[in-house]
Design a protein around this ligand. Structure first.
Ligand code: SAM
Length: 218
């Protein structure tokens, strides 16, 4: 399939899967129209790249559903000048979207093979404001803290204390929280003070587990 056909499918994806479900932030919609999802899936899955769901990637992991990527990005309420932390780089697709929405993105992936592949994909798409780090993201990435916003693309039993500690006051964490096997709640947690927070439930979701020291056992 040619680049033009993929571009047409991408525009249709944004209209039918994202705008039609209520995403309105024009910067998020523009970013979703720009990032070529076909370049972030495994080579054998390029034809399915605009499928309305997650798809398999290397190391038996998944690239998230485009609608969920757009919903999480909108919920972060980014203006363009923020430093953002993503936990769960996976393919690098969501990091490429975040690169268009924030000034600086740090993304942590616990599977070294995925971190390496995502680094290459992001470089080939000129996402020079994204740094991918291999490690246990349940502990955050303290070297670049504090963050204006944190997005976790895997589900944990609760929000890791390390992530709360690395968030600025007024900052937002968007993360699925709940049972390891089953439905979770996609939450937005706003840090309102040194110890205070506000929690909003956005959507029931089914996500892969966040493993690691402050997640589920690996
Ligand atoms: N954002 C990704 C994308 O755009 O392709 C999708 C991520 S996938 C749904 C969840 C990812 O979280 C997997 O790649 C998994 O290896 C990673 N993960 C799980 N626990 C982790 C941890 N403690 N630290 C870092 N990454 C973790």
């Amino acid at each position: 399939m040619s680049r033009i056909d993929f571009a047409a499918r991408r525009q249709a994806m944004v209209a039918q899967q994202i705008e039609a479900r209520g995403i309105t932030d024009p910067r998020v919609l523009a970013a979703m129209r720009e990032v070529p999802r076909e370049d972030f899936v495994s080579p054998g899955w390029r034809e399915e790249a605009y499928h309305d769901g997650p798809l398999p990637i290397e190391a038996e992991q998944t690239i998230s559903q485009p609608y969920i990527v757009s919903l999480m990005c909108e919920a972060l309420m980014l203006q363009g000048d923020e430093r953002v932390l993503e936990i769960g780089t996976g393919s690098g697709y969501a990091a490429a979207v975040l690169a268009r929405l924030a000034a600086e993105v740090h993304s942590v992936e616990c599977i070294a093979e995925l971190a390496e592949l995502a680094t290459k994909r992001l470089a080939s798409h000129h996402c020079s404001n994204v740094a991918v780090h291999a490690g246990d993201g349940s502990l955050g990435w303290p070297n670049a803290a504090p963050y204006d916003a944190i997005v976790v693309t895997a589900a944990g039993p609760d929000v890791p204390a390390a992530l709360r500690a690395q968030l600025k006051i007024g900052g937002r964490i968007v993360m699925p929280v709940g049972e390891r096997n089953g439905l979770q709640e996609l939450l937005r947690i706003t840090r309102t003070g040194d110890h205070g927070e506000r929690r909003e439930m956005l959507l029931p979701v089914r996500s892969v587990p966040l493993t690691g020291a402050q997640g589920w056992p690996g």
